[in-house]
Design a protein around this ligand. Structure first.
Ligand code: 5AD
Ligand code: SF4
Length: 436
């Protein structure tokens, strides 16, 4: 009789990457994937805890899965990812039916844990944060049909920005060996993947063996040589570690996409200091200018937070001013949210929720205009698009430009994974519309 698994993935790309690892192990153990939890034998929820909202969403989903288990006691329910790492055994106290708490660095142990979970019906809490990321599985056929994929190159963060939970739940920085990364990339190319996004909490600190000279630009240069790899992207970069050498890669490597996600967080030096970000607004602006000098068409996107403790109206205005000056291609923006155990949680001068909401909508309104303005400049231009599939609207295809803009277009004769030249007819805030 066939056995089924269901994985729900929340949060960032690293979780998506980890979920693929878990799924490959389950497929190897003869489980079949399912898109819904109702008839699954194993349910895993891969969770995020970067903001309070993400945590609430994950725990409410877990609650629903636990109620499924009450009706079906043979079901195995597990929680993975950042909440699992943060809360550990507390989760079993709160949800006694839960079978597995799998911390972020324990992913590689899932194969060994499966037997204990399924046959012995043990309850397992695995949260060792000092383990190294596992070697890739590279299961033949698993990635077939995908045109783009993620590859983790490093994990963890040593920066301890004062608001951030990541260093606590993803551990210290560890880089993966370059030969493993190359092997994984080659495997993905053999399965039809044309574009990879290199992942890490801070890819700029990638280094193979401390003190070695094989750093992130070295890795990019090696990967860019791989035959069949049309596009390389990476995320996320910390501004304080963005070196001139890395910037020069944008001018040098043809398959490195002209897009960088460079989280700014705030435009006031006082707030940047309180956040422990290690750069000033002037330094950030200098990086933007250097990037645009090396690659004038580079798209720059960012993360910004409003309502950090002690953020005055003047501080907030400085953020808006910098956003106006830089003109990001797009921006993810968030209301500051207290995370347990971080330095910011204990800071004085918390901003009321209503004020945070008002600042957020003001900022989003500003950015909407900027994004539209930048997108409008592309009207009439021809962009190279990697075809990713049929668009939500009937009769249209969808894909992304090298600058990571979503482009929908009409054409009768398109193939998944193909590169096409699309002429942009109309620009919107979230996408572009064109034709071949
Ligand atoms: N509150 C709000 N936003 C946060 N981020 C990280 N921690 C918090 C927090 N405590 C945002 C940052 C980061 C993005 C992934 O999430 O902007 O870049
Ligand atoms: Fe969090 Fe800062 Fe590390 Fe990014 S660099 S993961 S914001 S601590």
């Amino acid at each position: 009789m066939s056995r089924y698994f269901y994985i729900s993935t929340m949060g960032c790309q690293m979780n998506e990457y980890d979920s693929d690892y878990l799924a490959q192990v389950l497929v190897n153990a003869n489980y079949l994937p399912m898109d819904t939890p109702d008839n699954a034998d194993i349910i895993l929820i891969n969770t995020c805890t970067v903001r309070a909202k993400a945590e609430q969403k994950a725990l409410s989903l877990l609650g629903r899965m636990i109620s499924l288990k009450r009706r079906k006691p043979d079901l195995v329910v597990g929680i993975a990812g950042c909440i699992a790492q943060q809360e550990g055994a507390h989760l079993i106290e709160r949800f006694p039916e839960l079978d597995l708490v799998l911390g972020t660095r324990e992913i590689g142990n899932i194969e060994a844990l499966l037997e204990r979970l399924v046959s012995n019906r043990e309850k397992i809490v695995a949260t060792d944060i000092d383990l190294r990321p596992p070697s890739p599985i590279c299961k033949d056929g698993y990635f077939r049909g995908r045109v783009k994929s993620y590859i983790s190159i490093m994990e963890g963060c040593d920066n301890f920005c004062s608001y951030c939970i990541v260093p606590y739940v993803r551990g210290r920085e560890v880089s993966r060996p370059p030969d493993e990364i190359l092997r994984e990339t080659q495997h993905l190319i053999s399965q039809g993947v044309k574009e990879v996004t290199l992942l890490g909490q801070n890819v700029n600190s990638y280094v193979w063996r401390t003190g070695d000279t094989f750093n992130f630009p070295s890795l990019l240069r090696e990967l860019s040589q791989l035959h069949g790899l049309a596009r390389i992207r990476f995320t996320t970069s910390h501004p304080k570690d963005l070196s001139d050498d890395l910037i020069s890669c944008f001018g040098e490597l043809e398959n490195l996409c002209p897009h960088i996600h460079l989280p700014l967080q705030a435009g006031s030096n006082k707030i940047l200091d309180l956040m422990n970000r290690g750069y000033s607004r002037e330094k950030y602006m200098e990086l933007v200018l250097k990037l645009r000098q090396v690659r004038p068409d580079v798209a720059i996107t960012s993360d910004v937070m409003v309502g950090f403790p002690q953020e005055s109206h003047e501080d907030f205005e400085l953020t808006l001013e910098l956003i106006r000056e830089i003109e990001f291609d797009s921006l993810y923006s968030f209301k500051y949210s207290d995370r347990k155990g971080t330095l910011a949680e204990k800071m004085v001068g918390k901003i009321p929720e209503a004020e945070k909401s008002s600042r957020l909508s003001q900022l989003q309104q500003l950015q909407k205009g900027i994004t539209l303005k930048r997108n409008k400049r592309l009207e009439g231009r021809e962009l190279e698009i990697l075809v990713e599939g049929a668009s939500k609207k009937g009769g249209q295809w969808t894909g992304r430009s090298t600058t990571n803009k979503i482009v929908n277009f009409t054409n009768n004769n398109c193939k998944l994974g193909e590169f096409v030249k699309v002429k942009i007819k109309r620009a919107f805030v979230n996408s572009l519309l064109g034709y071949i």
